[in-house]
Write a protein that binds this ligand. Structure first.
Ligand code: NAD
Length: 421
């Protein structure tokens, strides 16, 4: 029997949302499939003179609301199914935030840690050469994702400029500041989640001094820890890929940051400042008010969801809670602020970068923070209201909110534009 794909699992959310709206079935049919997914084999020269090839994809899932937007992931286990699923999520994330974008995503099946810097640059340039005709500032706009960064975006922007004979900074976001990157992109994902929690704090009955447990201490995790700690909340447990630490009195963020800056695990801080080791699997069940998954997919699942004590989960990671875990948490009264809303600060500041590139006029950090806060509060409040009015979870409400915008745009285009009679 054929196993369900990742996309099949993701599409369950679409059906759940559709049940709460009166929508033309053609609209749902359109959103069940990626518009186009291109697969290529990138051939590059290795430093030792040999040649090696890597599978690569770019998916433009849906472009009804604007050019497709989504990161490029370099990962040894990437697949076409994963790329399409991430592109489906981007379609909904951009619609939740009312950004004028559709959803896209790309990947190269590679472990970038095994490449030299020069090999990585050749691979990044080869990606842009292969997809330059699909990508474009008004067509499809990539950004960094897992194991890609601003340096890689800089190489890709440069390759695009060489192919078309002129610089086009709006073709890619997450660039270095020197090439037209935006201020505030570094902590945008965490900051967006932080603004959302702060805005809904009274509605959710949150305490002014929450106990917080976190899975993952990378870009998203470190920034949210810093922002919450500065407001007087206590980070009591943190994990990374090598282990976890706990302190009932609160972990010292500076110690954790210093360890990561030196390339060490958070576990290396055990024994200092009251930090003690903890089994990483136990972080989900730590006694806390707020649980922040900021690592990988599916880290809260059927087997550990029952142990969660937090009354609020802020999904900074994409897809960290499985569908089974979702049901268990809902039954236990835990509220989840879902990924397509909670971590959308990243793509929102990417959108700001694109707007600044197109205008050639650059904003201050205060402008970025104020605009990000306004959008997170506006859309967070709208999703909250849908959730209250319809008596549904914040996740389903976020999908309903996004789907109604997508349906309006698809119907405005005319459904005959995508179905032949
Ligand atoms: P990152 O690579 O900087 O950090 C990932 C962290 O997860 C690292 O600390 C790593 O050690 C940890 N980790 C990996 N496996 C783990 C495990 N089994 N247990 C505990 N920790 C583990 O990545 P990031 O940019 O912080 O992204 C984290 C999540 O947030 C991903 O799901 C990503 O898709 C999502 N996200 C990030 C952004 C962004 O702008 N950075 C935007 C939207 C969504």
């Amino acid at each position: 029997m054929q196993q369900d794909s990742l996309l099949d699992h993701a599409l369950v959310r679409l059906d759940e949302a559709a049940a709460h709206l009166d929508i033309d079935p053609d609209v749902i049919e359109k959103l069940k499939y990626a518009r186009e997914t291109t697969k290529v084999r990138l051939m590059i020269r290795m430093d030792d003179g040999s040649r090696k090839s890597f599978l690569a994809w770019r998916c433009r899932y849906d472009d009804t609301r604007g050019p497709t937007k989504g990161g490029i992931r370099f990962h040894a286990e990437s697949t076409a199914d994963e790329v399409e699923t991430l592109a489906f999520w981007m379609t909904f994330k951009c619609a939740v935030m009312n950004l004028p974008y559709g959803g896209g995503k790309g990947a190269v099946q590679v472990d970038p840690r095994k490449l030299s810097k020069a090999e990585l640059e050749r691979l990044s340039r080869a990606y842009m050469q292969a997809f330059a005709r699909i990508i474009g500032p008004d067509r499809d706009i990539p950004a960094p994702d897992v194991y890609t960064n601003s340096m890689i975006m800089g190489w890709m922007a440069d390759e695009y400029a060489q192919i078309f004979g002129q610089a086009e900074p709006a073709v890619i976001t997450g660039k270095p500041i020197a090439l037209g990157g935006s201020l505030g992109r570094g902590d945008a994902t965490a900051r967006g989640g932080y603004y959302l929690v702060r805005h809904l704090a009274d509605d959710l009955g949150l305490s002014k001094t929450m106990r917080v447990a976190m899975q993952g201490f990378g870009n998203a995790g470190q920034h949210i820890a810093r922002l919450l700690a500065a407001d007087g909340h206590k980070i009591v447990a943190v994990s990374d890929s090598e282990g976890a630490v706990i302190s009932d009195a609160g972990l010292h963020i500076d110690l954790l940051m210093e360890a990561k800056e030196n390339g060490q695990s958070v576990v290396s801080t055990a024994g200092q400042g009251g930090h003690e080791t903890l089994a990483p699997d136990e972080v989900a069940g730590v006694d806390c008010d707020l649980l922040v998954p900021a690592a990988l997919e599916n880290m809260i699942h059927e087997d550990n969801a029952g142990s969660v004590k937090a009354k609020l989960v802020l999904e900074l990671a994409n897809g960290p809670v499985t569908a089974e875990a979702d049901r268990i948490l809902a039954a236990n009264g835990t509220v989840i602020l879902p990924d397509i809303l909670a971590n959308a600060g990243g793509v929102t500041v990417s959108y700001f970068e694109w707007v600044q590139n197109k205008q050639g006029f650059y904003w201050t950090i205060e402008d970025i923070h104020n605009r990000l806060r306004a959008i997170m509060e506006r859309e967070g409040r709208a999703v909250w209201n849908v959730s209250r009015e319809k008596g549904i979870t914040m996740r389903t409400a976020a999908y309903v909110h996004a789907l109604s915008r997508l349906a309006e745009a698809i119907e405005a285009h005319g459904t005959q534009s995508f179905f032949t009679s």
